[in-house]
Design a protein around this ligand. Structure first.
Ligand SMILES: [Zn+2]
Length: 90
């Protein structure tokens, strides 16, 4: 009798723990999903500054005149390539 009672209590505790863990797990999934969604929408929004590869050192840097790393002046790499192509032809 004592054994049955204690094992019932034990299984109740186990069930409660499992339920708590399950709820926490679902909450965590939900929070992570929300965070991912926020990151994804901020990535797609136009507020993100455009970036380019520095023509001098190749580092990823914001397009604001000079490289963030080596401070070389940045050219618009696409138009710069076009211009070089044209001047080479002429
Ligand atoms: Zn650079």
């Amino acid at each position: 009798m004592l054994l049955v009672t204690s094992s019932t209590a034990e299984s109740l505790v186990t069930a409660a723990v499992l339920a708590a863990v399950g709820v926490l797990f679902l909450l965590r999934i939900h929070v992570e999903f929300e965070l991912l969604h926020a990151v994804a929408s901020s990535e797609t929004s136009s507020s993100q500054p455009s970036k380019t590869n520095c023509p001098s050192c190749g580092a990823r840097t914001t397009v604001d005149g000079v490289c963030d790393y080596c401070e070389e002046p940045l050219a618009d790499d696409s138009t710069a390539t076009d211009r070089t192509d044209e001047t080479g032809r002429f």
